[in-house]
Write a protein that binds this ligand. Structure first.
Ligand SMILES: *Cc1c(COP(=O)(O)O)cnc(C)c1O
Length: 354
C-alpha cells in the first residue's frame, strides 16, 4: 500500500474567484462593498505591537466578551473562530458524530457536504420544494444533526416568514444539534438567536465577513447554550488553541463597537438591493425575494452561463454554479451604487445583442 492509498482524499470546496486584475467589478463572493468602519484606522494606529510577541487568548478574549455584550449573552455562550467557515467546521466535528445522516438542503452553502466528506460524516441532501423553499416536515425524522443556512445561499430566501419554522425543527429534534448558519442575517430581520435561550440543541453561527466588511480579517462566531460552546472549545483546543490572532481580536472589537456605521452601511446596501430588484425585473430577470446581500436571478431568454461569460468580458464578475437546479441562475452580489449602475448598463447591452 503506497502512502497515496493512505491519503485522506476529498474533493475540496471551490471558493469564488479573486481576480488579480485591477478595476474589476467584483460581484462574485458576497463581500461587503463599503470599507470597514473608519474607527479601524485609529485602532491600527494605537495597537500595542510589543504584545504580538505573546500568544493570544485561547478563547479569543476580549473579542468573545465584546460579542457577548453586543448580543446580550454571557461570554460562556460565545465561540469565536477564523471566519464562520472555521466555526462551522468545528461545529460539524463536535456535534455530527453518529451513524445517522446529517440533514441539509440540496441547494445550500456548498461547503456543508465538503466538511461532511472530510470528517467522514454521513449526510443526506433534502430537496427544496419547487419554489426553492425548505419543507419543515422533511427535517422531523431521525438524523445525526441538521444544518440550515438562513437566509439560504445561494437563493437568498429566508424561512423566517413562517414564525414557527425554526422552532418546530429545533423542538422536534431534541436529540440532535441544529446549526443555523446566519451569514447573511444582518440583511434580513430573521435571526433565531432567541431560540438559544430556550433550547440547548441549537447553535447560531454568524460572521464579520459580509455585513461587517471584514472578510479579510477572518472572524466568525457561534452563540448557543453554554454546554454546546464548552464542547466546541474542547474540540478546538484539541486541534489548535490559538486560532484568533491578536490583530483579529483587537480589530474585531473596534469594528463591532461602531454600531452606527454598521447600521448605516447595511441599510444602504438593502436599499441598493431593492432598487436592483426593480431594475432586473425590467430587464426580464426572475429572482427569489432575497433577504441577503446578493440576488439569485435567471433570465427569461438568455442562458445564465452566456450572461456570466459576457459580463466577465466586460470585467464584471458574478457567480455561476454549474449544478443541477441552479445552472440557469446567476448570483449577483450587491455592490456600490456605481458598480450596480455599470452592471445594469452591461446587462442591457448583452440582452440587446443576445
Ligand atoms: C460566506 C459564508 C460563510 C462563511 O464565511 P466566512 O468568511 O468564513 O465567515 C458561511 N456560510 C455561508 C452561507 C456563507 O455564505
Amino acid at each position: 500500500m503506497s502512502w497515496e492509498d493512505k491519503v485522506r482524499r476529498v474533493v475540496p470546496y471551490v471558493p469564488g474567484e479573486q481576480p488579480k486584475k485591477r478595476n474589476v467589478i467584483k460581484l462574485n463572493t458576497n463581500e461587503f462593498p463599503y470599507p470597514p468602519s473608519p474607527v479601524l484606522k485609529e485602532a491600527l494606529k494605537n495597537t500595542d505591537q510589543e504584545s504580538y510577541r505573546l500568544y493570544p487568548d485561547p478563547y479569543g478574549e476580549p473579542l468573545r466578551s465584546a460579542i457577548g455584550e453586543c448580543y446580550k449573552v454571557s461570554p460562556e455562550r460565545v465561540f469565536v473562530g477564523v471566519g464562520s467557515d472555521d466555526v462551522l467546521s468545528m461545529a460539524f466535528l463536535t456535534f455530527f458524530n453518529s451513524e445517522k445522516p446529517v440533514l441539509f438542503a440540496d441547494i445550500t452553502y456548498s461547503f456543508y457536504d465538503v466538511w461532511a466528506d472530510v470528517y467522514r460524516i454521513p449526510y443526506e441532501r433534502i430537496p427544496l420544494n419547487e419554489d426553492y423553499h425548505m419543507v419543515k416536515e422533511d427535517y422531523l425524522r431521525e438524523n445525526g444533526g441538521i444544518v440550515i443556512a438562513n437566509p439560504n445561499a445561494p437563493t437568498g430566501i429566508s424561512e423566517a416568514s413562517d414564525p414557527d419554522f425554526f422552532e418546530s425543527i429545533v423542538k422536534g429534534n431534541p436529540d440532535s444539534v441544529v446549526i443555523i448558519d446566519e451569514a447573511y442575517v444582518d440583511f434580513s430581520d430573521s435571526s433565531m438567536l432567541c431560540l438559544t435561550e430556550k433550547y440547548d440543541n441549537v447553535l447560531i453561527v454568524q460572521t464579520f465577513s459580509k455585513s461587517r466588511a471584514f472578510a479579510g480579517m477572518r472572524i466568525g462566531f457561534a452563540i448557543g447554550n453554554e454546554k454546546l460552546i464548552k464542547y466546541m472549545n474542547d474540540v478546538k483546543f484539541s486541534v489548535n488553541s490559538y486560532t484568533m490572532s491578536r490583530a483579529a481580536i483587537e480589530y474585531g472589537i473596534a469594528v463591532l463597537k461602531d454600531k452606527d456605521y454598521f447600521e448605516e452601511t447595511v441599510k444602504k446596501l438593502i436599499n441598493s438591493r431593492e432598487r436592483i430588484k426593480k431594475e432586473l425585473k425590467e430587464l426580464d430577470f426572475e429572482f427569489f425575494d432575497s433577504k441577503a446581500n446578493f440576488i439569485f436571478a435567471t433570465h427569461k431568454k438568455l442562458k445564465a452561463e452566456y450572461i456570466f461569460k459576457e459580463l466577465k468580458k466586460q470585467d464584471i464578475y458574478v457567480r455561476f454554479f454549474n449544478k443541477a437546479r441552479i445552472d440557469n441562475y446567476l448570483r449577483i452580489t450587491i455592490g456600490r451604487d456605481e458598480d450596480m449602475d455599470r452592471l445594469i448598463i452591461a446587462l442591457k447591452d448583452i440582452i440587446s445583442k443576445g
